[in-house]
Ligand binder design. Sequence first.
Ligand SMILES: NC(=O)c1ccc[n+]([C@@H]2O[C@H](COP(=O)([O-])OP(=O)(O)OC[C@H]3O[C@@H](n4cnc5c(N)ncnc54)[C@H](OP(=O)(O)O)[C@@H]3O)[C@@H](O)[C@H]2O)c1
Length: 325
Amino acid sequence: MRAVQCQQWGGPELLTVAELPLPEPGPGQVRIKVAAAGVNFPDLLIIQNKYQMQPPLPFTPGAEVAGEITAVGEGVTGLKPGMKVAALCMIGGFAEECLAAAAACMPLPPGVPATLAAAFVLAYGTSWHALRDRAELKAGETVLILGAAGGVGLAAVEIAKAIGATVIAAASSEAKLAVCTEHGADHTINYSEADLRAEVKKLTEGRGPDVIFDPVGGRFAEPAFRSIGWRGRYLVIGFADGEVPSLPMNLPLLKGASLVGVFWGEFAKREPKNNAAGMAELMGWVAGGQLRPRVSHQYSLEEVPQALRDMGERKVVGKVVVVPG
Ligand SMILES: NC(=O)c1ccc[n+]([C@@H]2O[C@H](COP(=O)([O-])OP(=O)(O)OC[C@H]3O[C@@H](n4cnc5c(N)ncnc54)[C@H](OP(=O)(O)O)[C@@H]3O)[C@@H](O)[C@H]2O)c1
């Protein structure tokens, strides 16, 4: 089978496509013929050895897939060859076939396209865990979402609207903000042109948002935190900007506010029942039409370096996927 290979730590240009033997599922694992694999920012971090998980070299990147089960390992019950699933594999997804733990597979409802399923679990799972579980966002509250046209950002826009919150979407261009509005955002801020704090103050009539969702970090984190409302919850999602920001500790004190860490992969592993409840709620919202995941581009295996470059250069809107076939 063909698979993308990371043979040395570094940028996307170092990735190659190699012919590898089919992987054999071990106990508790399944093998999946990949119809589509979601591209996520952590893929870009993993190949540069900048992520919290460090797989031994060489390895195939690609954290989530959708496709058909082709083999099952010892002890797997409830899944069999021929079944269509979405799965979180963490690595191995940018390949014609990959392995995943049976426990990390979700059977696909009939009619759900693989390209959509492969773009769903990680982004929507993260944003659900952040907004619903960690911040306990309520209907009527206001949430500010940074990097709102990105993968987890656009998922957060839709989930916050499904909860009944007012959404302020912040992103770096008018074209990205137009997409956020299309997906339900009530207000927008172009933070590459406008002053983020001043705009947030104006839009919230001085109260500040109840919740801030931050997958960007860097230079926006402190002004965003300074604009948070009383008893606000600031969700630390990630650092797409590349810089891990620091905050003066008096800021949470002054607003009676909380700095709330979000690590969805660990949550899904440690609290599988709570994660399954989240997925069930998300599926209900998909069925009800409140969530409309946006897959804006498809790449081949050979184009994986381009997909990751596009992500690093802020060119991706919503989600993009790799289609090995
Ligand atoms: N905590 C968790 O459990 C968890 C789970 C999944 C992902 N994450 C993290 O969340 C972040 C976003 O992931 P994603 O998959 O949604 O990525 P994405 O689709 O690329 O979105 C990231 C957004 O960040 C903004 N950005 C600002 N500076 C950037 C830069 N220098 N390079 C790239 N983007 C930049 C971009 O929006 P603008 O151009 O509008 O600024 C972009 O849309 C990453 O840091 C990722 O590691 C965390």
